[in-house]
Design a protein around this ligand. Sequence first.
Ligand code: DX5
Ligand code: ZN
Length: 215
Amino acid sequence: MPLIAPSLLSANFLQLQADCDMLNQSKADWYHLDVMDGVFVPNISFGPMLVNFFRKATQKTCDVHLMIEHPEQYAEAFKNAGADILTVHIEACKHLHRNVQQIKQLGMKAGVAINPHTPAESLRNILSDIDLVCVMSVNPGFGGQTFIPDTLKKIKTLKQMITEGNHAVLIEVDGGVTLENAHSIVAAGADVLVAGNTVFKSDNPLQTIEALKHI
Ligand code: DX5
Ligand code: ZN
């Protein structure tokens, strides 16, 4: 059974309290917060201040996905805001190992995200240091995009690398996850499903979360 992490990027920002109440009642395991700087990705979302509001309004694991350059400058601010898991992009980190150590020293779980064009192989020498790989199944920057089918092969390759190396690393899949494709994503080896539009644009988000959970 996968862990479900609804992405609040697709929520209605004029009724976030209601969406947080819904998440608290739901079968969701985590909630996913997408931080964008307008430099690493062509969009700007929100920063530590909003993360802290979500933290106070929710009881689930706070999974923060940084789509920003120089994540080392902000890691402490996200820890103070309440992040439980902090994920940085391999494409944004010249010294990825140092970034990962910083996140762990701050007391958070460390994740590394990879864009669709980045091979699974590029993670080989960091797998023993991290808790999570976030496999981007769309180009990061926007919710509501279409799942890139090639991602399934990458998930399988990663799963094999993790199993062979006996690493304690979860595979999270982020972007374009729907009720239709979730089964094949989990079958390929995903442990965590991020879902933005599928949850927040559905008529019954509670039921949709439950359906994803039992996919
Ligand atoms: C994309 C973000 C995703 C996004 C997912 O840059 O990292 O987390 O919110 O949204 P959906 O599920 O709508 O593709
Ligand atoms: Zn994300």
